[in-house]
Design a protein around this ligand. Structure first.
Ligand SMILES: *[C@@H]1O[C@H](CO)[C@@H](O)[C@H](O)[C@H]1NC(C)=O
Ligand SMILES: *[C@@H]1O[C@H](CO)[C@@H](O)[C@H](O)[C@H]1NC(C)=O
Ligand SMILES: *[C@@H]1O[C@H](CO)[C@@H](O)[C@H](O)[C@H]1NC(C)=O
Ligand SMILES: *[C@@H]1O[C@H](CO)[C@@H](O)[C@H](O)[C@H]1NC(C)=O
Ligand SMILES: *[C@@H]1O[C@H](CO)[C@@H](O)[C@H](O)[C@H]1NC(C)=O
Length: 816
């Protein structure tokens, strides 16, 4: 028993494992979410709901291969506003799959494999506004109330090819709707009142192809249930042939529907006539036919006795006449055409409306013949050669035809004295006459999508709105004093036109031109401009432009950029290409180059000066010169020593002493030192000691330096050729550079060389303490402390002793 229990638990566990953990391990994820947290995971090949961020606001999973939504797939998506599962293979939705979607407003489950609707799915969707359940294989709606909790529901769509039954409870719980769409082309059973009692009901769209053909009573019941005077009723996919098939229409007429539309309709002459009869005296105001195929010959005059005076608008689009050549003219339809104020016949291959037919449109104020085959010639016929037939016409739309001549057009509309809107866009106008006269009422003119290369004063000055987009314009020179809106997108403007031409302009669009940049100065000339659209141009992201655009995006300027910052993309410089201007950050170096260069030059100069001053203070030059001289001296000394080694030492020693002194002490040297040492007098002492005083040979730079030789070489060789060096120290000596060199070389000689002990003799001409000598003459300082020096006595009686000691110092070696 225990074993069995264990087995049971194990099986259960593995089952749970298999069901919950394993799928999660392989759950795909989708990170195609934009900044507005809108996640587009459509066409991603997903076979199950992918994981997306829990903060997503909209999630598009359409056109995948998702087969099921489990209870964990959408867990935690409390922020989700819209979920689109259109075009999957959904067959299973867990009853609590949508339970956490408290904020969901739009849910699209259309085009899937749901075979039954479950009211549990929608139990927690109290915020739902829009629900689409079209084209699923469920066959019945209403066996249980599905939409009961959806108190805020405003747009509902259900049905599909499989729907055969609608039961009474179908819409219970639905209070009011803006839009109801029911696809029931194969409906077989309908419980009367199933779609009734939803009120107010804005628009209803019913596809009842089968019932209209086969079960007129059923179709009448459905149409009757949704028809209210304020509701726009659209019937789709109908094929109306005989008297019988139009009878459900009677149900709508009885409920006094005013706005009736047909989409994807094919209709015969007989059905048309019967429809006109049914609407006799009924207050229908608007008939819309979108996608209509006329299978007859236009023989509708049998209904000419009917009263159609309430009809205000005919809107016909995408109409096909199956047999154009048999189709009679509308000349008999005066009973129908004299009332409407608005007539649109769009994309119906109309190439002409005979002037006689135009004459029937007595009340016409709005004529839209866009996307047809009109030419200048046939337009002339249509507008009765400019005789002003449509005297009340306010709006004329002949967009998308094959018109070429503006002067013809101007002639044709000149007498339409109430014309305010003229849309001649998407025609083949390529030039403009130099001047034109237009109805003085004209306010809106649309000449977009033509091939204009220049504009002329032909443009009426009364215009408030002018659309010249998608032409080949490069400039704008015409002043339009009352213009409020100007559209220039898709041209070849290099710069914005001068604002002084449009003192009242409020809106300007200039997208997709060749603008490189624009700025404050360009916009300042527009006195009233409020909104500007200038994206998708080839922007040169200079500093000025980037700064200007950033401030505009942040709303600092008077003018708002209404086309979104993402449409402003840099085209150059190359390294910024493709970058949104709003996100570009340019450095100071790029933006203030002149300033930057001058500042950095200034700084460099300052630093240079500081360094020079510092170097000068530290006598760097002197040190440098010293080092170099020292190196050179060392080199030549080595050479000389080798020479000397060959020749023998004594041969080269031609002086007893080299006297190093400052020029300023020359007086002392010449008057005292030289006579005393070179021409000695016999003294008493000498006599006593029986020895004669030998004259010494001195080397003085003034006398013994070889002219034309480098001075340092001269000093060097003088020192080397002398047995000793006598330094005459004084303030002057310390001041003189050359003396210092001499001292240094002697010093170097002193420690480097083999000149015996104390080759340097210092004579202190005036009392000079070690501290008086600048720090950098460290050698001299060192020498002064290591070598004994002779002081030149100030008193006369010390002098003989001084000379004696000097002479002794100079001749010591001789004595040895
Ligand atoms: C869905 O699956 C079918 C067959 O399994 C395949 O042909 C189709 O390409 C898939 N669709 C997508 C969007 O991955
Ligand atoms: C138009 O209606 C016909 C039935 O009358 C239907 O077969 C066809 O698919 C419909 N076309 C469109 C585009 O809905
Ligand atoms: C069309 O049928 C209705 C009733 O089904 C009948 O009253 C009417 O006279 C018929 N109209 C024509 C033109 O046959
Ligand atoms: C004229 O028709 C075109 C195309 O149908 C449309 O885009 C345009 O808005 C219409 N113009 C006016 C003034 O209604
Ligand atoms: C001018 O016509 C084009 C094309 O028909 C249309 O897209 C555009 O909206 C119209 N411009 C205005 C200002 O209505």
């Amino acid at each position: 028993m225990g074993q069995l229990t264990n087995l049971y638990v194990a099986v259960l566990l593995s089952l749970c494992w298999g069901q919950w953990s394993e799928p999660d391990a392989e759950r795909p994820s989708c990170d195609r979410c934009d900044l507005r947290l809108s996640c587009d995971c459509s066409r991603g090949g997903f076979t199950r709901v992918p994981a997306v961020t829990g903060r997503a606001l909209t999630l598009d999973l359409s056109f995948n291969n998702i087969t099921a939504v489990t209870n964990v797939d959408l867990m935690g998506h409390v922020e989700l506003r819209a979920l689109n599962l259109h075009g999957n293979r959904l067959a299973v939705i867990h009853p609590s799959a949508f339970d956490s979607l408290w904020s969901l407003e739009e849910l699209d489950l259309s085009d899937n494999q749901l075979t039954a609707l479950n009211h549990d799915w929608f139990g927690e969707l109290g915020a739902l506004l829009q629900l689409n359940l079209l084209d699923n294989p469920y066959s019945c709606v209403g066996s249980a109330p599905v939409f009961l909790g959806l108190v805020r529901l405003r747009r509902l769509a259900f049905g599909g090819p499989a729907l055969v039954e609608i039961k009474r409870g179908a819409l219970s719980g639905v209070m009011e709707l803006e839009e109801l769409t029911v696809h029931a082309n194969n409906l077989e059973r309908y419980e009367s009142g199933a779609l009734a009692y939803v009120w107010p009901l804005g628009r209803v769209s019913l596809s009842l192809h089968g019932p209209f053909l086969r079960d007129v009573a059923l179709a009448s019941a459905v149409v009757g249930d949704v028809s209210y005077p304020e509701t726009a009723v659209t019937l789709e996919d109908l094929h109306l042939i005989g008297n019988e098939s139009v009878q459900p229409f009677r149900a709508a007429a009885r409920r006094r529907v005013r706005n009736m539309a047909f989409r994807n309709l094919s209709v015969s002459d007989e059905a048309t006539v019967n429809m006109l009869m049914i609407s006799d005296g009924i207050p229908f105001t608007t008939f819309t036919f979108d996608g209509v195929t006329l299978t007859g010959e236009g023989r509708w005059e049998r209904a000419s006795w009917t009263d159609q005076r309430s009809i205000d608008e005919f809107f016909i689009r995408n109409a096909v006449v199956l047999d154009v050549f048999k189709f009679v003219s509308f000349l008999q339809l005066g009973f129908l055409l004299q009332y409407p104020r608005k007539l649109s016949v769009i994309n119906a291959k109309v190439f002409v409306v005979p002037c006689a037919t135009t004459g029937l449109l007595l009340n016409l104020q709005y004529l839209d013949l866009s996307d047809n085959l009109l030419t200048d010639l046939t337009l002339a016929e249509t507008l009765c050669h400019g005789s002003g037939t449509l005297k009340d016409l306010r709006v004329l739309n002949i967009s998308g035809n094959a018109l070429k001549s503006l002067s013809t057009l101007r002639r044709l509309v000149a007498k339409l004295y109430k014309l305010t809107h003229l849309d001649i866009s998407r025609n083949r106008y390529s030039s403009m006459p130099d001047s034109c006269s237009w109805p003085s009422t004209l306010r809106h003119l649309n000449i977009s999508g033509a091939k204009l290369t220049t504009i002329t004063p032909c443009l009426p000055t009364t215009l408030e709105v002018l659309d010249l987009s998608s032409n080949d314009l490069k400039g704008f020179t015409v002043a339009l004093p009352v213009l409020r809106e100007l559209h220039l997108s898709g041209n070849k403007f290099l710069r914005l036109p001068a604002g002084s031409l449009f003192p009242n302009l409020q809106t300007l669009s200039a997208q997709s031109n060749t603008l490189n940049m624009f700025g404050h100065s360009d916009l300042q000339s527009y006195r009233r401009l409020q909104s500007l659209q200038a994206g998708r141009n080839k922007f040169v992201c200079s500093c000025g432009f980037v700064a200007f655009l950033r401030s505009s995006i942040e709303g600092d300027g008077v003018v708002r950029l209404t086309d979104g910052e993402e449409s402003y993309i840099c085209d150059s410089p190359l390294y910024l290409q493709g970058e949104p201007v709003g996100r570009v950050r340019l450095s100071v170096v790029v933006c203030h180059r002149v300033l930057f260069v001058s500042v950095s030059c200034g700084v460099a100069l300052l630093v240079g000066i500081l360094v020079s001053v510092l170097l000068w203070r530290l006598h760097a030059l002197w040190y440098l010169r010293m080092t170099w001289a020292w190196l050179r001296a060392k080199h030549s000394s080595r050479r000389r020593r080798q020479l000397r080694d060959v020749a023998g030492s004594e041969a080269l020693l031609s002086f007893d002493a080299f006297v190093s002194y400052s020029e300023k002490d020359a007086g002392w040297v010449e008057t005292f030192l030289v006579p005393e040492l070179e021409e000695p007098r016999e003294t008493d002492e000498d006599y006593v000691n029986h020895r004669t005083t030998r004259p010494l040979t001195l080397c003085l730079h003034k006398r013994d330096f070889l002219p034309g030789h480098w001075i340092l070489d001269n000093i060097m060789s003088a020192m080397e050729r002398s047995r000793r060096t006598v330094f005459v120290l004084s303030e002057n000596f310390v001041q003189s550079d050359w003396c210092r060199y001499e001292l240094d070389f002697s010093h170097f000689w002193l420690f480097d060389g083999d000149a015996g002990e104390e080759p340097a003799i210092l004579i202190l001409l005036e009392p000079l303490s070690k501290d008086d000598i600048p720090n950098r003459f460290c050698k001299l300082r060192k020498l002064m402390s290591s070598t004994t020096y002779l002081e030149w006595p100030q008193e006369e009686e010390g002098k003989p002793e001084f000379w004696k000691r000097l002479r002794h110092a100079l001749t010591r070696e001789d004595d040895d």
